[in-house]
Design a protein. Structure first.
Length: 195
């Protein structure tokens, strides 16, 4: 299966390190260059705004998904290709899941973690078969990935679930891993999914 759209979970703030905004801009531009549509939370601020602006400037499709209450607070990006409104955060993720072929987490906080963990758990429960990954640029997600390994070592997370996660330090490598999973390629041996 060819990846038509990628859901990107990332912060609505900019963080302290300018490298995070540079990463988000690069992701938006690269997705547009490859003809992969961006599905994201619909925000106009922080890394959300950066990834959307970058994709739009490069001629890409950008689909924002946001609860009506947040749109009413004027948090939405008004220049996106399509803005989908919903009633709750749960519906937001469900809509993103419907429109995207795969999911990636960029730097973010509690909201980003909540989103990526929910769609990952949905995959493991068989609610969808779309791959999930972390863009671990600069080792941002390494402490979390180490914690997940510890959880697996303690017997609370199957090795197969951990290995199913796509992790790479750069977008081209991560997209390749996601597309392999979309094509139904054999899953990596134990440990390879988090290298």
């Amino acid at each position: 299966m060819f990846m038509r759209r990628l859901a990107v979970f990332l912060a609505s703030s900019s963080g302290h390190d300018p490298a995070h905004a540079e990463l988000a801009a690069g992701v938006g531009a690269e997705l547009a260059r490859r003809g992969i549509g961006l599905v994201y939370g619909g925000g106009r601020r922080g890394l959300m705004g950066v990834v959307a602006d970058s994709a739009l400037e490069a001629g890409g499709e950008v689909i924002g998904v946001m609860p009506r209450s947040m749109v009413e607070r004027e948090w939405a990006h008004k220049q996106v290709t399509k803005l989908l409104m919903c009633d709750s955060m749960h519906e937001r993720k469900a809509l993103m899941t419907r429109y995207a072929d795969a999911f990636v987490a960029l730097p973010g906080g509690l909201g980003t973690l909540e989103e990526v963990f929910e769609v990952w758990s949905w995959r493991q429960l068989g609610f969808h078969a779309k791959p999930v990954g972390f863009l671990d640029a600069g080792g941002f997600w390494t402490p979390l990935l180490d914690a997940l390994r510890g959880i697996a070592d303690s017997g609370f997370l199957p090795a197969s679930t951990l290995d199913d996660l796509a992790v790479a330090p750069d977008l081209p490598g991560l997209l390749e891993m996601l597309e392999e999973r979309l094509r139904g390629a054999p899953q990596p041996a134990h440990g390879e999914g988090l290298r």
